[in-house]
Ligand binder design. Sequence first.
Ligand SMILES: C[S@@+](CC[C@H](N)C(=O)[O-])C[C@H]1O[C@@H](n2cnc3c(N)ncnc32)[C@H](O)[C@@H]1O
Length: 238
Amino acid sequence: MTEVTKNDFTEEGKIVRKIRSFVRREGRLTKGQEGAITECWSNMGIDFVEQMLDWNEVFGNNNPVVLEIGFGMGASLVEMAQNSPEKNFLGIEVHRPGVGACLAAAKEAGVTNLRVMCHDAVEVFESMIPDSSVSTLQLFFPDPWHKARHHKRRIVKAEFAEMIRPKLIEGGIFHMATDWENYSEHMIEVMNAAPGYENIATDGDFIPRPDERPLTKFEARGHRLGHGVWDIKFRRNA
Ligand SMILES: C[S@@+](CC[C@H](N)C(=O)[O-])C[C@H]1O[C@@H](n2cnc3c(N)ncnc32)[C@H](O)[C@@H]1O
């Protein structure tokens, strides 16, 4: 596995600090997570390289591609891959223990339509995702960066919306979900202002949780406590 981020340099060779949507908090991997990476990486892991992926080569077929950014421990991603064998799934997560947990779950479930990367998804998009090739992009419960002075770290922003649009097929969907109301409003604001998208909601800005997005334990607990979850789908229309 390669490094999770790469640095940019000025012409004089100085490192340029990028504003990222995450902080490195590696933590220890359990034996199971480490073992799953060692065992499964050659079949299911994709290393970061500055070269566009060829989906047919990656998955061995031309099924629609669903990409998920920040899958956490991967439980819902593995479940979705299991439920939709007619689609291909690529999960991108910077947190190595999460990648290990996802691979362990994928192995246990026996899914063959799932690949994972351990790298900054923004860099993966810029360097490896071909134009007009992604049918759905999923971003579930991204770090909300609560404090106003940290809002610049939120992954959903104008440049991000602009960068991912050409990667989606025409009619492709960007599906977001958050349990933080202020972030849901921010998502709507950014996406409404971004050219080339339309909100698919017919009643207000939000949609009910679609069946394809599994309910997580964390979310079920939130429901019981009366917390809200906002699902948002924007379609590429130009
Ligand atoms: C709040 S967690 C949510 C995890 C999972 N989607 C869930 O619902 O349980 C957000 C995750 O996004 C990951 N993340 C944040 N920015 C990322 C980026 N630029 N590329 C890849 N993963 C990222 C973090 O490491 C973290 O695991």
